[in-house]
Design a protein around this ligand. Sequence first.
Ligand code: HEC
Length: 198
Amino acid sequence: MKTWITLGLILTAGILILTLWLLPGAFSAKGKPSEFEVKLVRFIRHWAVPSHIRNANNPIPPEPEVLADGLHHFADHCATCHANDGSGKTPMGPNFYPPVPDLRDQTIQEMSDGELFYVIHYGVRFTGMPAWGDGNPEKDTDSWKLVHFIRHLPEITPEEIKKMKTMNPITRAEREEQDALERFLAGEDVQPAVEHHH
Ligand code: HEC
């Protein structure tokens, strides 16, 4: 009896010390997951997507208007983290754990249409990738349009990027700066902000 209590105490103390030793930094978003971890999680996630979605073909035909809708939606909702060209090179992108991937990379482009749809509709738990669908995948045409746009990212043109820049969300300060500049250019007596704050 006494031996068991002693053993129990030693075990508890051991777990406590190990936890305290691991704790500092354990919840930090700095650094990157190891290659092995990424491969393993990708494998598990591939099979975690219900097969009827994983194997689904994009039900929306890739018409020019569809691609234009996808481009607009991406510039407005996704580019803050993913960048207009999908590179993930934004102020936030590399600082997530795991970091935002380059959507033009083979790893992403090799995912099935259904898998990409699933990620957009349901998000990715324990990462910075939010869910964009309302839980009703049958009605979610927007996410299927975004899948077409993600397929188009490797061939995106400088003209398209330029167009997207006009669709990116801007802060109130940026909007006020733009309004003041427009009023100034229209001949009104305002002081346009000359400095850029970033
Ligand atoms: C708040 C930042 C943020 C926004 C906004 C965001 N994403 Fe993501 N996204 C992430 C992060 C972080 C990851 C990496 C997740 C991972 O490694 O599984 C990611 C991953 C992805 C992936 C790859 C999934 C994978 O398996 O690696 C796709 C595709 C994607 N996002 C599409 C989109 C689309 C489309 C939108 C807009 C509707 C969007 N994201 C908006 C942060 C964001």
